[in-house]
Design a protein around this ligand. Structure first.
Ligand SMILES: NC(=O)c1ccc[n+]([C@@H]2O[C@H](COP(=O)([O-])OP(=O)(O)OC[C@H]3O[C@@H](n4cnc5c(N)ncnc54)[C@H](OP(=O)(O)O)[C@@H]3O)[C@@H](O)[C@H]2O)c1
Length: 267
């Protein structure tokens, strides 16, 4: 099966490397269409597929076309693809906010999968939420699901609006976690730890906490109760978090990400 990845940036390269690592695809069957000469050179050095700069030379040969450019570049992308794409070709888009209806109208195709991955896909620990148009066959569905699963875990949703919702939760989520980690690292430094000690304290705390959460059958509230004893240190921190409204800020932030995802689709 020949796969064409359009946009060889963070995500495009992550997909290419994951397909090769999982041996689900051969280098000879991977094509990458990349606009940036500098990036094309880096991909050439990484030796993860054939590089193209002209859609006419690669689109006709692709069994699956993956759209991995920034949403802001989608109009230019659609313009450059329109003349070359076959209405029967299967397209997987990971562009935030760009709806299946827009892709269908712009490219004149009907077999569309829309997915929202996240950055840990780079190490096979990604979370992807995806949906498909009606014309995608069972075989095409399984083929794409298998490809997506080389980057981590996935869930299928029948309602496309859940893709924008997942963009706000798991798509952008790694940045929220890094934000929280950085705040804790800064606090640890203020309390006297060196940079490397602070980073270890925080990263190991995150890692251990997530593993604990996944191994036992308690929800987050129940785990919090286990750490926070009455009148203790954790309770003091949690009370301050509550007074300063962190929880509301997180809800508001995620809501803003959702609104932005919907807006991106309309721009
Ligand atoms: N990064 C994430 O964590 C993440 C998570 C979930 C979803 N996504 C989605 O994944 C998509 C790609 O994100 P990314 O972070 O991988 O972006 P990126 O690193 O900027 O990569 C996009 C690449 O595509 C190139 N490009 C732009 N227009 C093109 C065209 N018409 N033909 C060929 N190549 C073209 C860009 O070149 P120039 O630099 O020269 O423009 C750039 O090298 C986005 O739509 C984003 O919403 C990203």
């Amino acid at each position: 099966m020949k796969i064409l990845i359009i946009g060889g940036g963070n995500m495009g390269q992550t997909y290419a490397k994951s397909f090769l690592r999982a041996q689900i695809s051969e280098k000879e069957d991977l094509m990458i269409l990349e606009k940036s000469e500098h990036r094309a050179e880096l991909i050439r050095e990484a030796d993860i597929g054939h590089i193209y700069d002209n859609p006419a030379l690669c689109i006709p040969f692709a069994d699956l076309v993956i759209l991995a450019v920034k949403p802001q570049d989608s109009h230019e992308l659609f313009k450059s693809l329109r003349a070359h794409i076959d209405p029967q070709q299967v397209v997987l888009s990971i562009m935030a906010g760009i709806t299946m209806e827009a892709i269908s109208n712009e490219l004149g195709i009907s077999k569309i999968i829309r997915a929202m991955p996240n950055l840990p896909a780079q190490i096979g620990m990604g979370m992807t939420v995806f949906t498909t148009s009606e014309d995608v066959t069972r075989i095409e569905f399984v083929m794409v699901q298998n490809l997506i699963n080389t980057t981590g875990k996935s869930i299928y949703v029948s309602n496309e609006s859940a893709i924008d919702a997942s963009t706000a939760v798991s798509g952008s989520g790694p940045a929220y976690v890094f934000f929280f980690m950085q705040s804790m690292i800064d606090s640890a430094r203020e309390l006297g730890f060196s940079k490397s000690e602070a980073e270890l304290l925080v990263s190991q705390t995150f890692r251990g906490t997530v593993d604990l959460y996944r191994r036992a059958n308690y929800n987050c509230e129940e785990w919090i109760q286990k750490v926070a004893s009455k009148g203790g240190t954790t309770e003091a921190a949690l009370n301050t978090f509550s007074q300063t409204g962190i929880e509301e800020s997180i809800h508001e932030g995620i809501k803003s990400a959702f609104i932005r995802a919907v807006e991106l689709g309309k721009e």
